[in-house]
Design a protein around this ligand. Sequence first.
Ligand code: GTR
Length: 392
Amino acid sequence: MKLAVILGVILATLTANAADDLSLPDPLKSLNGVKIATAKDWQANRRAEILELFRANVYGRAPVGRPLKLRFETRETTKTALSGKAIRKLVDIHFWGPGGKGTIQLAIFIPNEVPKPAPGFMLICNRPRTNIDPTRKIKSPFWPAERIVERGYVAAAFHNSDLDPDKHDGFKDGVHGIFDPADTPRPPDSWGTIAAWAWGASRVMDYFESDDDIDATQMAVVGHSRGGKTSLWCGAQDQRFALVISNESGCTGAALARRRKGESVKQINQGFPHWFCENYKQFNDRVNELPVDQHELIALMAPRLVYVASASADSWTDPEGEFLSCVHAESVYKLFGLRGLGTDKMPKADQPLHNGHIGYHLRVGTHNLLEYDWNCFMDFADKHWKTGASKK
Ligand code: GTR
């Protein structure tokens, strides 16, 4: 009996230690064991190495970047939208590939009262299209365009289904059908649906670069939940986005896989078999063998701005795991002489951390993207983007 108790105590201690020590891969140690000591070394070698590991093992490889045939069609420009406060542009982004044609329908509000080009926020919308209603007959806190404009920022949004419907059809529809080589079996590192949506966000950036009213060097990509996984993967690859925002992105977004809290890699791969590449499924029961963890995805944003938001009652997304990803990305920001979060102490709810190049907040409440979250994102941008928010 005594022995059983002792063994029990030993076992409990071992398990507790295992939980404390996450044995995360070190972003500053390259695959051949070399320590990365300078920002130059990070940029020249390690950044590409980590990006490739995510590409090959997690999100998959897009067969195309900016397609040769890409056309922007401004369908409407209204100078007096939002009671005269904004220009509304409705832009169709058309693209063509071997398997046909696709179109992203982009809605943009540009504040009238700020100098141009103006900085802003682009939402990848993964909720019903009514959440980004450009007529503003329906208003949703998911995309508070009026509030964003009032604060002096461009508000842009598109719907993820324009790139790929959120269902598993064997990668026949959406951009997979348009760009994937038709005659070969699908390689295990082919892009999934999250990568398809991220690709679309980059095509929107292609458009921003062509619009004189928009400051493409100060644009944020924003996503919630599956949209947050997408904004992170987009921002990791596309360094044109100056600020990358993940709202409650959870598993394979901002949350550390090795914590095994909330949604697991196995659950996400089984529930959403089309989101990531086939190779990712090998890690369903071996997350410790993943060659990366999600803090390294956050680190790929360095030295740019990145923001992670969690909600207190959203245990499925593991808020603490999201926070810890930010903590463990700090070492890379330090290489650039920058402060990341600047703390490893998780803040209380509704006490945002906005003092470094990594922003974080924990909102009281459930899984959602609300005006509180948007206000925090804009407060953070105000600190870094001098020309943005109206200083009224
Ligand atoms: C859930 C999924 C999460 C998250 C969420 C959402 O069902 O398990 O990973 O992406 O959907 O997008 O709202």
